[in-house]
Design a protein around this ligand. Structure first.
Ligand SMILES: [Zn+2]
Length: 283
């Protein structure tokens, strides 16, 4: 079945949980993530926080990952935001951005007549806990996947939600992908789910090389799964980033939830109303 393409006003926001910048760059160089690469050029960006809640709470206020050394709007939200909440910080130059009003960007899109749909894979999106209920609460429809290896079920749920959206109504769709989060595993992966090669505070099972290999293989698998969704939003706005990275033994540190260049450096790809956002002064 061929899905109807979304219109240019719709928005797809994907957070690849814990995906390191160097994982994404290596996968790009190896040409194993063609669908993600087709969205836009890769930017080396800084995340607003080093753990899931912190970064997504910032995202909801329009503070998405950016390239700190660039003064180009959208590439650096400090210069101009893609999602601009009224009265939130310095105005900047928001060319082609979305101006939104409300308590967060999801509410802002709803006020503009959008249907807001979200799906989260990690526990910070689990509505069974008071803390986990916060990030998903603003959406018209929200799914918590239940574990970090549920992308196929998440995409099936999203497909059903999109099919229920009235023709012509724009969509704000958020997807948090868990396969790139520890233990770096996907359904059908040719390696055991446990032990994870990356655990907090290190230990016997920790292996930086294996962590890199498995996260890249997960990203490659995720790319294949996302092909249809990315194609469907190709005329729309697409923001793809990680919420944070992971430490793999740098300075003796492992995993995330700790402030370090390895947890704060993330991939960023941006496409606005069908047009890839290219850095003016690309290096
Ligand atoms: Zn996360």
């Amino acid at each position: 079945m061929v899905s109807t393409p979304m219109g240019c006003d719709s928005v797809l926001f994907i957070s690849l949980d814990s995906c390191r910048y160097d994982t994404f760059a290596a996968a790009s160089s190896a040409d194993v993530i063609p669908n993600l690469q087709a969205v836009a050029p890769l930017h080396r960006a800084q995340a607003p926080s080093h753990f899931t809640y912190g970064s997504h709470a910032a995202f909801w206020m329009g503070f998405t990952p950016g390239v700190a050394e660039s003064d180009q709007p959208l590439i650096n939200p400090k210069a101009g935001k893609l999602f601009r909440m009224a009265f939130a910080g310095h105005g900047g130059s928001d060319r082609n951005g979305f101006e939104l009003q409300g308590a967060n960007l999801i509410e802002g899109f709803r006020h503009r007549g959008y249907r807001t749909i979200g799906s989260g894979a990690v526990e910070w999106f689990n509505p069974a806990t008071p803390t986990g209920a916060v990030l998903g609460q603003p959406f018209d429809r929200f799914q918590f996947a239940g574990n970090t290896w549920s992308l196929a079920r998440q995409l099936a749920w999203i497909e059903a939600e999109l099919s229920r959206t009235p023709t012509g109504q724009p969509v704000f769709l958020f997807l948090n992908v868990g396969e790139t989060h520890v233990p770096y595993w996907y359904e059908g992966a040719p390696w055991p789910q446990r032990p994870s090669p990356c655990v907090a505070f290190g230990g016997e099972a920790c292996d930086a090389v294996e962590s890199a290999r498995r996260q890249l293989a997960c990203l490659e698998w995720v790319d294949q799964q996302l092909a249809g969704l990315l194609a469907r939003f190709s005329r729309s706005t697409i923001l793809i980033c990680a919420d944070h990275g992971d430490c793999w033994g740098e300075d003796g540190l492992w995993e995330h939830g700790i402030s370090h260049a390895a947890t704060l450096t993330v991939p960023l790809l941006l496409r606005v109303r069908g047009q890839p956002v290219v850095r003016d002064n690309s290096i």
